[in-house]
Design a binder for this molecule. Sequence first.
Ligand code: RM4
Ligand code: MN
Ligand code: MN
Length: 430
Amino acid sequence: MEEAIPSTLIAEQNEKLARDLHKDYDALGEKLSRTGLDIEQLTERARTFELAVPSWGAGTGGTRFARFPGVGEPRNIFEKVEDCAVIHQLSSCTPLISPHFPWDQVEDFSELKQYADSFGMGWGSVNSNTFQDQPGQAHSYKYGSLSHTAAAAREQAVAHNLMCIEWGRQLGSQALTVWVGDGSNHPGQQHFQRAFERYLDSARTIYSALPDGWEMHIEHKMFEPAFYSTVIQDWGSNILAAMELGDKCKSLVDLGHHAPNVNIEMIVSRLIQFKKLGGFHFNDSKYGDDDLDSGSLHPYQQFLIFNELVDAEYRQQDGFGPAYMLDQSHNVTDPIESLINSAAEVQRSYIKALLVDREALNNYQENNDALMASNTLKAAFNIDVSPILAMARLRSDGAIDPIAAYRASGYRAQAGKKRPASGGSSSGIV
Ligand code: RM4
Ligand code: MN
Ligand code: MN
């Protein structure tokens, strides 16, 4: 197996921190045992927690104003695989890469799969891109793709999604994620119903091409690039489309795609109830689709979302099994560091949600004890589970302190030498 970072370096780094970690771990274990929680079981759950990393997140992002490239950015999907392998090696919870096409298109997908295999990396959901025009493309997506007024543009967008399924099949992926930028910028520009009908028509053709065992995940987003209306604007339009298409089509929740203050955890609960929760794009935001690092602003909201997910696990809700993924853009940090941090923050929310005393919560809910119900959630949220996360990493050959180990490895400086800037801006979202 290829090592993205020498395992000897990680072991050396861990050695310095292991004694203190064991003390903290034992102390936390003792504290948790007082409420009947077994730290060993929690650590095992942390070890089995998996999250996919977006290939495009490995490059530096940007805004429509500017992009400030970082040192040693990956210039192609092979280099993105290397960076994703670093993230997984140190965090031990991101064994999957989610590719975006045509950004990650290659001649030979078996070569790409082999390369990822050599690092022990697999492939998550494949993402299609019909929100940009590619050089030489016959029909423009300026006025939409799957819902375009022109049949030829719609057919081209459908054909691209079918190619994405085929490429994903070759990589061993099992889901297609479709996000379209389709919508309008002016009142009256688009007939809402006709646009949605055209979208559904196109989506049906894609749905019918899903291989066995595959799911199609559709993602809603309230604005951008269309600023007046979008065809799959919110979870309402999303679930309607998913219901129209069939059981294998589910809704994907990108945390940044809602209006500020929207109760996302309740949306999650509804989607779970109707077996329509396909997966997540985790990130954080203050104003809109900011793509900030997970848990950097609203860790409690992220915890409340996981409270719903763990509740579904606890109740063994039928048809529940969402795919977890990060979807972020890093403009001012080293993307590898941001993705490592974010993965740990998502995993943290999961472990904290496992601490919730569900029986007590249920009793408080049944007896309308609002204050104690809320305190029950807060009690779990307020426990620092860092020693569990660190122990899970240590036991999976990851790093106790992944950011420190990454910095000690000098990976970024080496990448800077190996990957001179290409001058293009293929990485990151501009
Ligand atoms: C969109 C959406 C999609 C992602 C693109 C790059 O806002 O979040 O999931 O593929 O950005
Ligand atoms: Mn997304
Ligand atoms: Mn987004």
